[in-house]
Design a protein around this ligand. Structure first.
Ligand code: ARG
Length: 587
């Protein structure tokens, strides 16, 4: 079902164009830029005037003449050279909102043909703690995954673990250097393994032979020599278990926990295909594929390095083959740092050259970095990369300041308060991220991002809690939901805003841009607030109006909760705030 008003009006317009024998391509309206003059606007007469060689105002007059027969329009006028302004009858708008309120998908359109979309995001690496860069991949990726599902696509999300490169060899060689052998590997936990990795990193930077040793051990792992392979399996397992906790807290969902290592056998197949088809060539001992130079000058893709090792690019190319053969992907979406754009451009082109995934659509959604106050990628005070866990802790501490202490409010002990702290802190972190365009980086705001006012996640959560309380009060007074009535400007504005939901979500989907949803959710909360200030439920002019307003409030609450869900945010039923906090004093 598509209950978008633009869609419904376009259909009416198309009918009129049919009657008048005009090209239906131009039968489109847009939301008016001047809501004081009209609700919608159609500029089709101007475009038609050119192809029909007529005066645009004349054509507009013909269209208006037909439209006026439709009682769903309250006012139609022609403006300027031939713009058609349309205002809806309040009844029509009210019916539309009733229909949206009765539909479990809020009258939102679905895609015409559902696709199976493989989503590659997360991208953690063995033995490395998640940092703020991984935050964006998880937060944006999860939001896009939810939006894809909402519009009717089927998704398969894969975390694509970085578990097969030289870092693995570095860790094991460091353990051997310190312990003499790998006997104790299985006793090491994530902290110890990460420490080995850090030490290995320093050593390999300084010492060429340490690097060589690490490379050698990496080959042994990749050749599955039992002693090394078994040790590697332990590193991987410990890392996966650890990272799963982080993603659980972020509520990022992965259907598959595959990694680069899982593509190893397919890498061999891909190399064979490239050689057999004469697409690969040998250059300085390495097997490479040159890219189409007429497009732009890009370095060739190295399939097999001169030492026989498989690199990052080959792994991604092979993974495409697997996602086509085994997962039957129609589309593959990667949510990865935009600094990897060239990598994906190369990978996609090779996959196409080798015809590994015919007709599959590839998309790299490249995001900008999360920056510190200096505008550079976020660092800790001592200059290290900011860990995701530290960032979450920092946010929780901030949120805790504005909540009551445990047991200050009845029914809210430590457990309940901590749950709320987590919900609010996550909303603050995620909303701050998702209110920005994906491609642009942003400065992580440490002061205002968790406030209950302004364009923040907690503000929207607060709006939901406030409506919950309005509904509870109305229910207690025995008010029931009834048909929607539009009786004042504020009700009309809110109804028009609600009717834009379907298009908003569709746009967020086609543009792969959750910020379109965060913008809408924020303005919807504001429009509701204006509506509620002007349109009381408890003191409504009539019982029918009280029932209509209650329904409208419930609908807005449900939409806010749904949209927050699409942003990966949970809305608590009730929101508490600390008494006599700065927030209360200032408000
Ligand atoms: N592990 C990689 C990194 O940290 C990101 C992986 C992204 N996904 C992919 N299919 N290459 O840079």
């Amino acid at each position: 079902m598509n209950l978008s008003l633009e869609y419904l009006i376009n259909q009416k317009l198309a009918h009129v164009f049919d009657v008048l024998n005009l090209d239906k391509k131009f039968a489109v309206v847009k939301v008016s830029d001047r809501p004081d003059l009209s609700d919608f606007q159609c500029n089709g007469a101007l475009a038609l005037a050119k192809s029909e060689r007529k005066n645009p105002r004349e054509i507009a007059a013909l269209i208006v003449g037909e439209l006026e027969k439709d009682a769903d329009f309250a006012k139609i006028s022609i403006d300027g050279p031939g713009f058609i302004n349309l205002s809806l009858a309040d009844k029509f708008l009210a019916h539309n909102i009733d229909a949206i309120a009765a539909d479990k998908n809020f009258g939102c359109a679905k895609v015409d043909k559902p696709n199976r979309v493989v989503m590659d995001f997360g991208g953690p690496n063995v033995a490395k703690a998640l940092h703020v860069g991984h935050l964006r991949s998880a937060v944006v990726g999860e939001s896009i995954r939810r939006i894809e599902n909402f519009v009717g696509n089927e998704t398969v999300s894969d975390v694509h673990f970085g578990d097969w490169g030289t870092p693995m060899g570095m860790i094991l060689s460091e353990i051997i250097r310190q312990d003499g052998n790998l006997a104790k590997v299985e006793t090491y936990d994530i902290k110890q393994i990460s420490a080995f990795y850090k030490q290995a990193n320093i050593r390999c930077k300084e010492d060429e032979s340490a690097k060589e040793e690490a490379r050698l051990i990496t080959t042994k792992i990749q050749d599955k020599e039992p002693e090394f392979y078994k040790a590697w399996q332990h590193l991987r397992k410990v890392s996966v278990d650890d990272v799963k906790k982080n993603y659980a807290e972020l509520e990022a969902h992965f259907d598959l926990w595959l990694g680069e290592s899982d593509a190893h056998e397919t890498c061999k197949e891909v190399v064979k295909i490239a050689q057999e088809r004469g697409i690969a060539e040998v250059d300085d001992g390495a097997t490479i594929i040159r890219l189409d130079e007429t497009k732009s000058q890009r370095p060739p893709v190295i399939l097999v390095k001169s030492d026989g090792g498989f690199g990052y690019q080959l792994t991604d190319i092979a993974t495409i083959k697997m996602r086509y053969d085994d997962l039957h992907a129609d589309e593959i979406i990667y949510v990865v740092d935009k600094r990897q754009s060239l990598h994906f451009e190369q990978v996609f082109e090779v996959a196409e050259k080798l015809n590994l995934a015919p007709n599959v659509k590839f998309l790299h959604i490249g995001f900008g970095t999360v920056n510190g106050p200096d505008g550079k990628p976020f660092k800790t005070r001592d200059g290290g990369v900011m860990n995701l866990e530290d960032l979450i802790k920092l946010s929780k501490d901030k949120v805790r300041e504005s909540l009551p202490l445990p047991n200050e409010v009845e029914g809210y002990g430590e457990k309940e308060i901590e749950k709320m702290v987590t919900q609010i802190a996550m909303a603050a972190i995620k909303f701050q991220d998702l209110k920005n365009n994906i491609a642009s980086g942003y400065i992580f705001e440490l002061e205002d991002f968790a406030k209950f006012e302004g364009k923040t996640g907690p503000y929207i959560q607060y709006a939901v809690a406030r409506i919950n309380s309005i509904i509870r009060k109305a229910n207690a007074a025995g008010i029931k939901e009834g048909n929607i009535i539009i009786s004042n400007r504020e009700e009309k504005d809110l109804a028009l805003k609600i009717s834009q939901l379907s298009n908003t979500i569709m746009r967020a989907h086609t543009e792969h841009e959750p910020s379109i949803i965060s913008d809408y959710v924020y303005t919807l909360a504001q429009t509701f607030s204006t509506f509620y200030n002007a349109s009381s439920i408890m003191n409504a002019e009539s019982a029918e109006l009280a029932s209509s307003r209650l329904k409208m409030s419930r609908l807005v609450r449900d939409i806010l909760v749904q949209l927050l869900y699409l942003l990966g945010i949970e809305a608590p039923e009730v929101m508490l705030k600390r008494e006599r906090s700065a927030f209360d004093r200032n408000n």
